[in-house]
Design a protein around this ligand. Structure first.
Ligand code: ATP
Ligand code: MG
Length: 225
């Protein structure tokens, strides 16, 4: 077993909608090793996005423990949390969240606005090339195809060299060709940069890139045999 980058233990999460309480995660546990790809499948509404939001410290669990890089999230203050979010975790959101008024390369550079490294433009250009976006780097999101937008979102997530990438259905609205292309890129990036990736998907073929593959059902994960 490798070094653990993320550990979630017995996470519970429910949402209350007025009178009713909806239990989404119940005893959700997951260990992610450095450099490991984890894939999570589960029906719509099973809690995949909720789980990734909690793993990424964007949302809080009702109960349970979460540690990132060996540190308990519970013990971190807002400053530490935002440092972790910006430096250690790369997010690829289900609906990408690209900033419409900024070009592809500007969106990719966005994470470095906070902790600008010196090699940032070079790195952005390098990622753009890896993602096959060289011809599109000055286009705005509205001028990009769905596949191109996804790749911009992935490049942005990788910009700060995070140890962990959380990708919520990154291939969700892509055709098969673009989905495969994105998955090949994620695999390549995992090999080159040794980043851990937790990825949710509805597509069994994509789930197979996981070193470990899980199903989210009734609030917790079960590993695919
Ligand atoms: N902020 C919220 N308030 C109330 N209910 C919520 C909230 N966020 C999510 N839910 C509910 O929690 C359940 C899990 O939602 P979630 O978005 O995690 O599912 P998902 O597995 O990501 O689904 P999909 O595959 O459609 O993206 C759903 O029933 C959803 O309606
Ligand atoms: Mg979702």
């Amino acid at each position: 077993m490798g070094e653990i980058i993320l550990q979630a233990k017995n996470i519970d999460k429910s949402f209350s909608n007025g009178k009713t309480k909806l239990s989404v995660l119940k005893d959700f546990s997951l260990d992610v090793d450095v450099g490991q790809i984890i894939t999570i499948m589960g029906q719509s509404g099973s809690g995949k996005t909720t789980a990734l939001n909690i793993l990424g410290t964007l949302d809080q669990a009702d109960a349970g423990e979460l540690s990132i890089n060996g540190k308990q999230v519970h013990d971190m203050n807002e400053t530490e949390l935002s440092t972790i979010r910006n430096r250690d975790i790369g997010f690829v959101f289900q609906f990408h969240h690209l900033l419409p008024e900024f070009s592809a390369i500007e969106n990719i550079l966005m994470p470095t606005w906070i902790n600008g490294a010196d090699d940032r433009r070079d790195r952005a250009l390098d990622l753009i090339e890896k993602m096959g976006l060289s011809e599109r780097k000055d286009h705005f999101p509205s001028q990009l195809s769905g596949g191109e937008r996804s790749r911009v979102a992935v490049a942005r997530a990788l910009m700060n060299k995070p140890k962990l990438v959380l990708a919520d259905e990154p291939t969700g609205n892509l055709d098969e060709k673009n989905a495969n292309k994105l998955i090949d890129l994620l695999g390549k990036i995992n090999k080159d940069f040794h980043q851990a990736i937790v990825l949710t998907t509805h597509n069994p073929k994509i789930a197979r890139i996981g070193h470990k593959q899980f199903f989210l059902e009734n609030g917790s994960l079960s590993e695919k045999a």
